[in-house]
Design a protein around this ligand. Structure first.
Ligand SMILES: Cc1cc2nc3c(=O)[nH]c(=O)nc-3n(C[C@H](O)[C@H](O)[C@H](O)COP(=O)(O)OP(=O)(O)OC[C@H]3O[C@@H](n4cnc5c(N)ncnc54)[C@H](O)[C@@H]3O)c2cc1C
Length: 512
């Protein structure tokens, strides 16, 4: 094991960035990581309070905090929270020991609803606990603090031939957030969730103790925390097994499906052949074209398959230009016509082809190139609805797509075939299919989404806590049969329910 230390952050934000860059250069042959991306410096206005130990907030005596209105990525219903931004394990522990009310860890705030919000309570922003601690170049196991982002891991390890074993559609999520929602990616049908690659983590629990959790030690807490939405305690650090890669590129075959049935057929016929698969669905298509989509089926590219100009430097693709949405867009911009044009163009611009060489950023993270893209939905925000159904519940997807296309507002959705369920008590994936759709908030979002929940319930499906913003307790209870076991572990490690969230209260996750 090699040990890395990012050093203790002190001084101005510039000094912190300099120090951070130096630390990253030390381990990153391609140069410094991107510190200008979303999430970086988001809370810089809090720095004076953190550095001087002053407190603007009310939550915890001696541990600085500030009052902020927080929401999820969908920007629905911001709530006032007392935010702490510690940089050391000791300060996190002090926050837990001294907190008068409830607390919740928060990563980069990329969950869509209120899973990372604790209205009226304390929130521990973990993004300054972002040090890489150790790396075993034999096994690819990296040990890092929970606030390290997946973008950090890619920047540090891709140039060395290691990539994330599982990644969501954005790299701006923390390791803590990835564990707490047991995230999945395009390879779920083959490799399962992020939790499957977590060897061990250190969890700070309500009595101030830090416990090690793994498949052998505190096994029940391990599987309650993987997918447990931050409700068992605060993950301080974790060991995660990375995956060896020869290059930063993928060989992608594009297939067009004329409707949902066709898309599912292609998944069934090809999922053996491809490690990664996903379909982008035109949510506005109707009738015989309902669910028409473009499937992107890929495998990691060996160096020998790359064109000559990429072979010299296969692990460091050129960085993409980024754009920004500086302000909230007027809601008028996203009207039925503009969405229809966008979806039609997307379909037209993606003809069937084989063996396209696509870099990892383009393949996994197309939305990351537009900073603050969530502002496109305007001030009122949006919800993301993720419907996961067993193979026999596909009729639910048809009904959901029919309801969405009838609203005439919806960009592309994402469809994916899912593999086996793991042991996470609240981990969301089950074998079958998952459909993800953005739904603009034109008012009446609650009743509309409750209607979709009912369709799901009737077909044995489930929602995903990382996306949920409005569901009801009875829905969750019916969809997650292991909820009782989760509550039992919660009662053991946090009998007074010190760790809580707006979502947990709304859904009654931890009990009545
Ligand atoms: C563009 C986009 C694409 C996405 N694509 C996918 C996808 O393909 N697959 C997928 O599964 N998800 C996807 N997501 C959702 C995202 O991966 C999850 O919501 C993830 O949990 C966000 O991580 P975060 O660091 O932003 O955590 P936050 O959103 O800040 O928090 C999420 C949860 O983790 C808990 N948490 C955070 N840090 C800790 C910690 N240190 N200890 C304990 N609990 C903690 C919080 O309490 C909260 O419950 C996507 C999100 C976006 C915005």
């Amino acid at each position: 094991m090699v040990s890395f230390y990012g050093g203790v952050h002190r001084g101005s934000i510039d000094a912190i960035r300099r120090e951070y860059r130096l630390a990253r250069r030390f381990i990153h042959p391609c140069g410094a990581m991107n510190l200008e991306g979303p999430g970086a410096g988001v809370y810089t206005h809090l720095l004076p309070f953190i550095l001087t130990g002053q407190s603007k907030g009310t939550g915890v005596v001696g541990v600085p905090s500030t009052e902020q209105r927080l929401s999820g990525w969908g920007r629905l219903n911001p709530e006032l929270c007392s935010v702490h931004r510690p940089e050391k394990h000791r300060t996190v522990r002090e926050a837990v020991e001294q907190a008068g009310g409830t607390l919740l860890a928060r990563g980069l705030g990329r969950s869509y609803g209120d899973a990372a919000v604790n209205g009226g309570g304390g929130v521990v922003d973990m993004t300054r606990l972002n040090r890489l601690l150790a790396f075993d170049a034999e096994s690819g196991v990296v040990e890092c603090e929970a606030g390290v982002s997946l973008a950090d891991l890619v920047a540090a390890f891709l140039p060395r031939g290691w990539f994330l074993p599982v990644t969501p559609g954005t790299k701006f999520v923390t390791v803590g957030g990835a564990i707490a929602h047991d995230i999945h990616g395009k390879n779920h049908h083959r490799d399962g969730t992020f939790g499957q690659f977590v060897r061990e983590f250190k969890l700070l629990i309500a009595n101030g103790e830090t416990i090690s959790c793994s498949r052998k030690e505190n096994q029940d807490v391990f599987w309650a925390t993987i997918g447990g939405a931050g409700l068992t305690g605060i993950i301080l650090s974790a060991s995660v097994r990375l995956q060896p890669v020869e290059s930063a590129y993928y060989l992608v075959d594009y297939r067009r499906a004329k409707n949902l049935e066709d898309a599912l057929r292609i998944f069934a016929e090809t999922d053996e052949k491809y490690q990664y698969s996903v379909a982008w669905i035109d949510c506005l298509a109707r009738g015989g074209s309902l669910g028409r989509s473009v499937l992107m089926l890929g495998n990691s590219a060996p160096v020998s398959a790359l064109p000559a100009h990429l072979r010299n430097n296969p692990l460091c693709p050129r960085e993409k230009r980024k754009t920004n949405v500086p302000v909230d867009m007027p809601e008028l911009l996203l009207n039925p016509l503009s969405m229809k044009i966008y979806n039609t163009l997307f379909h037209a611009r993606n003809p069937e082809r084989d063996g396209a060489v696509v870099d990892f950023d383009t393949y996994y993270y197309p939305l990351d190139s537009v900073h603050n893209w969530n502002r496109l939905y305007g001030k009122r925000g949006f919800a993301q609805f993720q419907a996961t159904v067993p193979p026999e519940g596909v009729a639910a997807l048809v009904q959901i797509l029919e309801r969405i296309s009838a609203t005439k507002s919806g960009f592309l959705g994402v469809l994916k075939a899912m593999g086996e369920q793991n042991e996470g008590l609240l981990s969301h994936p089950i074998k079958g299919y998952t459909l993800t759709l953005d739904i603009p908030n034109h008012g009446k979002l609650g009743p509309f989404l409750h209607g979709l929940d009912e369709i799901l319930l009737a077909h044995g499906g489930r929602i995903y806590l990382a996306k949920d913003a409005v569901s009801r307790p009875e829905t969750l209870e019916a969809m997650y049969p292991r909820l009782k076991q989760f509550r039992a572990v919660k009662a053991k490690v946090d009998p007074e329910r010190r760790f809580d969230s707006s979502q947990a209260r709304r859904l009654g996750i931890t009990g009545d």
